[in-house]
Design a protein around this ligand. Structure first.
Ligand code: AMP
Length: 143
């Protein structure tokens, strides 16, 4: 089955355009990063390229080559900010694989030894908690 077209009104496109709020922690010419509103662990962050693509399958390789260093930067910073033992990086392509928002993004999730991930797209976090986590991550990125 072929993938659907890119929808410019998907929720991450709206976040990129500033039409809906997010707890943004990082921005450069190519990408933004913000807190996932239904975190699978404390500090769960999403990295989104500015160039539109539906997912990894249709992305321009140049988009990917500019995005992965940002994924690495956020992974290093979440490990420090949340005193994690490890970091899980996940990326879903198409509904069959679990994708629910159709603008390419990478999940960066701090992990603590022995603590399982909460469900994907599970429970909404308190915005005040997300704001506090975003502040910790910004501090780690600035350090
Ligand atoms: P997926 O497309 O399956 O890789 O996952 C989309 C992710 O986006 C899920 O982890 C959701 O919790 C998250 N999410 C959905 N809406 C928002 C939003 N408005 N702000 C931040 N994260 C979101």
């Amino acid at each position: 089955m072929s993938a659907g077209a890119y929808d410019p009104n998907n929720i991450f496109a709206k976040i990129l355009r500033g039409e809906i709020p997010s707890h943004r922690v990082y921005e450069d010419d190519d990408a933004i990063a913000f807190m996932d509103v239904m975190p699978q662990a404390k500090g769960h962050t999403l990295i989104v390229p500015k160039v539109p693509s539906r997912n990894l399958l249709d992305a321009d390789p140049q988009t990917l080559s500019r995005l992965i260093p940002v994924v690495q930067k956020i992974a290093v910073a979440v490990k420090e900010a949340f005193d994690a033992d490890g970091v899980t990086v996940i990326q879903f392509n198409e509904p069959a694989a679990g994708q629910t928002v159709f603008h390419l993004h990478f999940h960066v999730i701090p992990r603590v030894d022995g603590v399982p991930l909460r469900p994907h797209s599970g429970t909404m976090e308190d915005p005040a908690v997300l704001a506090g986590n975003a502040e910790k991550l910004r501090a780690a990125l600035a350090g």
